[in-house]
Design a protein around this ligand. Sequence first.
Ligand code: GLU
Length: 429
Amino acid sequence: MVASEGKKVRVRIAPSPTGFAHVGTAYAALFNYAFAKNKGGKFIIRLEDTDVKRHVKDAEQAIYDGLAWLGFSWDEGPDKGGEYAPYKQSERLEIYKEKAKELLEKGKAYEEDGAIRFKNPGDDVGWKDIVRGDINFPGGEVTDFVIMKSDGFPTYNFAVVIDDLLMKITHVIRGEEHISNTPRQLALYKALNEKAPEFAHLPTLRNKERKKLSKRKDPVDLRIYQKEGYLPEALVNFLCLLGWSHPKEKEIFSLSEFVKSFSLERVRKAGPIFDKDKLDWINGEYLRKLDDSELVDKIWEFYNGKYSKGEIAKIVPLIKERIKTFSELETLAGFFFEEQKVDKELFGKGYKEHIDKAVETLEKVDEWSKENIDKMLLANVKKNNFKTGNFFMDLRIAITGKKFTPPINDSIVILGKEETLKRLKKYNK
Ligand code: GLU
């Protein structure tokens, strides 16, 4: 019988507040959260903040903010309290001391240079990992190890065992980089005469070079995604697909659907690739599912009211099909709000004539509608024997400064006659 049988599921993440909220933390949180909620259990946050030197003050809040932004809720934690408080390791030092003393008294640990070491009996250790199957470490591979440092702080392997035990954690779901720590932890459970929780080691997220995500090179800080204008639902959906697949092969689904269909047995052990292009695609899908008015509100919020809702509403129909993130709006459609710098090198041959004739034609348009503009500009192209593509490209560059924009005639309608002519007249002579 395994320890978790018949017990109410309790899982946790145990991040260290060392800087910011890491996507790896979000990933572990997501899978723990889904497992707990799928089983009607509890999801807990515990902070591993005993490594004082690396502790960053705001990092703790960044973790709560990041996870809340993604829509996860936790049942117990340092900010929430709970039956097994405190949930910060730095506030549990007495507990570790007490437990270390117990081991000392039983002769299962000994003091050395002011530190306390666990006397490892050297038994074989193994467990049935829910993601990876049987994992075995031969005895002798794990030697004696420090559980309490001379400064009075516990080591990770000791604190994690005491906390998981006292907090009645039933399943430890964490990154595969901890597989090599598990034998030490299992040896401690045994020495304490306690049953160990079950273990599930999640695959490490990798970048496109198949290397572990790096703080320096990869976008691992959750705030990046907020700043670039991703929807939290889309980022969550993307994280769900890392190492896990929907039983019906769906790619777009909500967090609650994930919770319903989640099982650890469907987690693959091969390291999933964190592919930002895929995230962009998913985010675009989510944006297109919004009503125009919802999209307007979200863009307005993202830019903190920098553009009016009226202005945004005009351009939303033009960009909705191609926009991938909110921050792309200015690249794609900044010319609506502000005249852009034009690099004349972009123009084709004969651009002055193209633009001059366009000015002449557009001045004659009385009712500024898409229909009229289309009709008159096309007649002008025909009359002058211009190449349609070249003509409109020069117009596009003069008005937007770019070669890739929403459809140019639609854009001209929105910009209005006065502004369009003002821009064109800079390049027709
Ligand atoms: N602080 C560790 C981490 O974030 C916790 C590992 C564990 O869950 O046991 O990787």
